[in-house]
Design a protein around this ligand. Sequence first.
Ligand SMILES: Cc1ncc(COP(=O)(O)O)c(C=O)c1O
Length: 423
Amino acid sequence: MKEIARRRFLKQVSLLPMISPAIMIENVSKNNNGIISNTGWVRRARRNIPATKDLFFQTAGIGPSPKSVMKEVANYLELQNRGPVNPEVYDIIGQIESDLRKKLADTFGAEEDEVTLTHSTSEGINIASWAINWEKGDEVLITNQEHPANTIPWYSLSERFGIKIKRLNFNSDVDIVAQIEKSITNKVKMVSIPHVSRNNGRALTLDESKIIASLLKPKNIRYHLDGAQGPLCVPLNFHELECDYYSTCGHKWILGPKGTGAFFCRKSMLDSTWLTWTGSHSHTTMDQYGNFELIPAARRFEFGTRALATFAGFNEAIKWNESIGINKILKRIDSLVFYAIEEWTSRGYKVASPTSEDKRSGILVVTLPKGVNGWEIYDHLRLNKSAFTSPVDSPNDLRIALHFFNTKDEIRRVFDFIERFSN
Ligand SMILES: Cc1ncc(COP(=O)(O)O)c(C=O)c1O
């Protein structure tokens, strides 16, 4: 019955993407530098992403969604409001969350029971930060390259419970593993660091992550990765990273709807992870006398009425990427980053983000010509050139996020703008 109703719905609203991504997969060619050129599949994908009419280098802030994602959200919202309590509608709508958990698990190396659906990375970071009962003097290790989302929750815990925050150096060329090793004491209860820094673009390598996990586990120190910039920017396999918790979102590199996220909790950590925010839907049973049982899966961290149509769009975004090919996307991103590094340095300037293949990511951070301020050039590009980049902490740097839909021509154009501006 559920399946029939679902199929009828899909047929009715013709949920297929406007341009089938399967048709887009064609014509991949490599030039002499091994750089995938702007071929048919990229051009066609761009046509499906309205924001690419501008020079869009801000995926690390907010990713631009393809039309099929927007359409999916609109269709499900319309369906839901045909009668939210009508079983025909409810049966379809009721599938959205489990389908999405499964999709996230299958795509990013987790089990379905390890996935919590959230509305942002920040929500996941908060779940992790409240995982234990903090005591005065306990320590958390973060880095000097954090987003406020992986800083403010720790400040708040520090104010309330007197925990200490220690900042490790995650600059491009610094050994993060050695620093963690050096900082471990019996006061350290959690390590919460970026999978990819939004600020200097450094990606934690798989090897680094595995070693960090092996250092922390015997000491019973929790290991959380802030993965806002992870999936579809760099390869992501939650189990392979060996962290306990991983927080991410759908609205950056996955190009999903804004207000979508996921928190991964390693199965073995579930019962030792406290819930702070909870409510209806976190439980299997309860009574009026204080007894309750939590769902034996990470979805116990979910509660209340949620944005289901938006989650359907999140699932569609993952499928859209998959139908192009996630490895193909990641390969093209790295090729563009490699190209941009060569192009910028050949003009006599420096790149602030890591340049080695294992540590670089889709987040390219360039050091601007002498005297050019990141905020100033960001405003100039945004207001006069329809080019969207981002300032970062260092005032002389600029972040240029390179997704697969960007092109070498766009990269050259933005570099030309910067050079002209500085002269
Ligand atoms: C590294 C990092 N962490 C967390 C966040 C916050 O993400 P969200 O808006 O999904 O909470 C961002 C957003 O840019 C980020 O770059």
